[in-house]
Design a protein around this ligand. Structure first.
Ligand code: C5P
Length: 306
């Protein structure tokens, strides 16, 4: 193994708030969301190589050109005329799909890692532009911590870190197709004057969340719970065992919970041990500083101040 090889974590996210506000002319939906990085993470190994290849520890994850990691790599290669390849090895822990942003996080980490490996002068605007072209959630992963997402989710404004130590993520064995989840909301098209007032509304929600006046909520819950009662059962069991909050993440199928005490979280993990089809993870929030430190090697080359 070359000494130029290195490894980066690729963290999962949950959404403290997810409001879907209306349909846009481009087919996407206008969102107001509050993202949060959590400690559950994949790991990506970057090794110099002549060819570009991807390997993954999880057989169900495609390692061909459809994988967001390779799509990110190919976009960088085209844009910066890179001739070198890379051997990329993905150690997968984040359930996919799961509403935890695993694929988007992998794409963001791949862009950062490859820019280091190939020694590219990529500025933050280019990074976020390439990221947004790969997926609406990708730009958030250049920030980490707690952040407001508007537009289709790609316009990010950092918020003060919101810390929770005793969290749990439960992912039942259900694949929720994201585009169908949006379609299932049956929202009206936005009118011309909406975007400006929506951004203001979204910023207000961000301020109120900081002050504790905006309670966590997810607009997908009603339709997703109706279509997949098993996901609602996850939420109900978490609440029944003493979670202070249990909420769908993204369009699911993961539900995340917050506990006041470690003992309650441990007791819940134990009590749900008989649910053999559910994957369970004890996690904590990852602040923006912790996030940037964990991606240290990449951040040294991308000193972004905000
Ligand atoms: O951007 P991303 O690739 O994650 O989106 C996946 C699908 O989810 C889109 O093709 C679209 O159908 C839907 N979507 C949406 N509005 C958003 C984000 C995603 O309708 N803001």
């Amino acid at each position: 193994m070359s000494s130029d090889s290195f490894e980066l974590p690729s963290f999962a996210k949950v959404n403290w708030l997810l409001r879907v506000l209306g349909k846009r002319p481009d087919g996407f939906h206008e969102l107001c969301t509050i993202f949060q990085t959590v400690s559950l993470c994949d790991r990506i190994r970057f090794e110099p190589a002549d060819d570009l290849t991807l390997e993954c520890s999880a057989p169900a994850i495609p390692t061909d050109g459809t994988n967001l990691i390779l799509r990110a790599a190919n976009l960088l290669r085209e844009r910066y005329g890179v001739r070198s390849g890379a051997r990329l090895v993905l150690e997968k822990h984040i359930p996919a799909p799961g509403g935890l942003g695993g694929g988007s996080s992998n794409a963001a980490t791949a862009l950062l890692g490859l820019a280091v490996l190939w020694d590219l002068e990529v500025g933050f605007p280019a990074l976020t532009e390439i990221g947004a072209s790969l997926g609406s959630d990708v730009p958030f992963f250049f920030y980490g911590g707690t952040a407001l997402g508007s537009g289709r989710g790609e316009l990010i404004e950092p918020l003060p870190d919101f810390e929770q130590k005793y969290m749990m993520i439960v992912t039942p064995a259900i694949a929720v197709p994201t585009s169908a989840a949006f379609g299932g909301l049956n929202l009206l098209p936005l009118t011309k004057n909406d975007p400006e007032s929506i951004l203001e509304l979204c910023r207000k929600a961000g301020r109120e969340f900081k002050d504790g006046r905006q309670v966590p909520a997810n607009d997908f819950e009603r339709s997703i719970f109706a279509t997949f009662p098993e996901i609602e059962r996850v939420r109900d069991r978490l609440v029944e065992h003493g979670a202070d909050l249990a909420l769908l993440s993204g369009s699911g199928a993961s539900v995340f919970a917050v506990f006041e005490k470690e003992e309650t979280r441990q007791a819940t993990l134990k009590a749900l041990g008989n649910e053999t089809d559910w994957r369970m993870f004890a996690v904590a929030t990852v602040s923006r500083d912790e996030y940037r430190r964990a991606l240290g090697r990449a951040w040294r080359l991308f000193p972004i101040s905000f």
